[in-house]
Design a protein around this ligand. Sequence first.
Ligand SMILES: Cc1cc2nc3c(=O)[nH]c(=O)nc-3n(C[C@H](O)[C@H](O)[C@H](O)COP(=O)(O)OP(=O)(O)OC[C@H]3O[C@@H](n4cnc5c(N)ncnc54)[C@H](O)[C@@H]3O)c2cc1C
Length: 371
Amino acid sequence: MSTPTPSAAPATAARPAGRGRNLELPEHLKAYKGVWVFIEHDRGHVHSVSWELLGEARKLADTLGSSVGAVILGGDDEPLEKFAAEAFTMGADKAYVMHDPVLKGYRNEPFTKGLTDLVNKHQPEILLLGATSMGRDLAGSVATTLLTGLTADCTELKIDPVSRALAATRPTFGGSLLCTIMTLAYRPQMATVRPRVMAMPPVDATRSGEITQETLGMVETQIVTKLLDFIADANSQQINLPYADVIVSGGKGLKNPDNFKLVFELARVLGGEVGATRPCVQAGWVEAERQVGQTGKTVRPKLYIAAGISGAIQHRVGMEASDVIVAINTDPNAPIFEFAHYGIVGNAMQVLPALTQAFAGHFANHRRQAA
Ligand SMILES: Cc1cc2nc3c(=O)[nH]c(=O)nc-3n(C[C@H](O)[C@H](O)[C@H](O)COP(=O)(O)OP(=O)(O)OC[C@H]3O[C@@H](n4cnc5c(N)ncnc54)[C@H](O)[C@@H]3O)c2cc1C
């Protein structure tokens, strides 16, 4: 949810009259410069959403004529400098690195203190975080500690040419409208973006940057939460929808969970993942991790096959960035045909097995020729 703090004023309401509120940036906040990205990492791996955000941060900073900073917090023995070097190749100019034993494994209190201290010291104009479990948790507490505005789950980030503020766009009213929110009188301007909403930036291996080492100044006894153990969610390891290259998704047009097996079969032959619409998840046909859309996952595969899916806006926002969309639907007027690249008007229960058979035959031929 977008946080309607006094600063998160809708752009349209903000410009003409101001409605009696101070929407000017106070003098002491004018010194805030630079676009920062919080680099999320876990067990030695940086979450790809952080690189996607660095690509956006680069564009914003270029428009503003400022620099990009990567903020990396972690334990004493974690390779934060290696992550910083990678961040430079993705567009960062500077990295603010903070090692401390209490920063090993994410906990809200030390991360909130670390990030807010860094913001207060270096004063970035914009702060971006991934809308992951960690990013959502941290962004909320950092924004409330800093008393600034936060726009969550943005789908577009731009610089408003009039105010030079961050214009953060997100779906609203159940996805039927898009609103653009600007934080005009507070700094930093904060936003979160879900994985895969933004494209991965190009890697420039020749780029390097400046690392600033920082200290936290917090001890274990000051922290209420204790990290006892890490137990991986076996399911979340198996279903990696946002980063799949091929997704075959099913909707209510499949009629029953048994027919959903046809979706799994085609996905298996194509080496892809299985997605679904919300009603299929709600009916218990497939796991919640497979839901694509506004309240599910955002995906951008090379190929997205939608079978028996109407193409409602709440589903569309989660998959329209796919390179190629193929829709199978009995209704030639289904909304999905308005944005699919290829449309098959037909019964999914016949088309899906036909595609599975054709692809299986094609791959078998290919293997025979290669042998
Ligand atoms: C706040 C909110 C959030 C939401 N979030 C999401 C979300 O994240 N993801 C999501 O998917 N939805 C979401 N929804 C629900 C969304 O509005 C739609 O209701 C949903 O996407 C429709 O799912 P569907 O296409 O499977 O079903 P339907 O709309 O029922 O469409 C079924 C389609 O199958 C076709 N069909 C029927 N028989 C066949 C056949 N034999 N072969 C081929 N085609 C056939 C029909 O012509 C129809 O187009 C959300 C809704 C709200 C209000």
